[in-house]
Design a protein around this ligand. Structure first.
Ligand code: FES
Length: 114
């Protein structure tokens, strides 16, 4: 079974920007990014150490964690540089009625962390 989580209004994230949304009663951060006209939703903390990625920066389809400068592919979450070696979890995005939702398996949100 899957569940849908309503994150925010689609127009709340402009091109080249990102917004952190805390879901599941504030337990889980999800980072919503609009890049190249595409909306992405990824785990909100780095897979290397706990660091909130809305303080990172976006460059050509990647997100850089400012703590140790690992870059992650926005499309599939792949860690492109050390020290991070695990990908960021990515969540399927659905845009509906002007809202951004993710569709994920029931249960806790998947998060990759060392
Ligand atoms: S905490 Fe993100 S690269 Fe180390």
């Amino acid at each position: 079974m899957t569940r849908r989580i309503d994150l925010l209004a689609a127009d709340a994230v402009a091109e080249g920007e990102m917004q952190m949304v805390w879901v599941d009663g504030g337990a889980s951060p999800v980072l919503v990014v609009r890049s190249g006209g595409v909306l992405h939703a990824l785990q909100g903390t780095c897979s290397h150490e706990y660091f909130e990625l809305d303080r990172g920066f976006l460059t050509r389809g990647t997100l850089t964690c400012p703590l140790h400068l690992s870059r992650f592919d926005l499309g599939d979450g792949t860690a492109l540089d050390p020290p991070a070696d695990l990908p960021l979890a990515v969540y399927p995005v659905v845009e509906e009625g002007g809202r951004v939702l993710i569709e994920v398996p029931d249960g806790p949100l998947a998060v990759n962390e060392d």
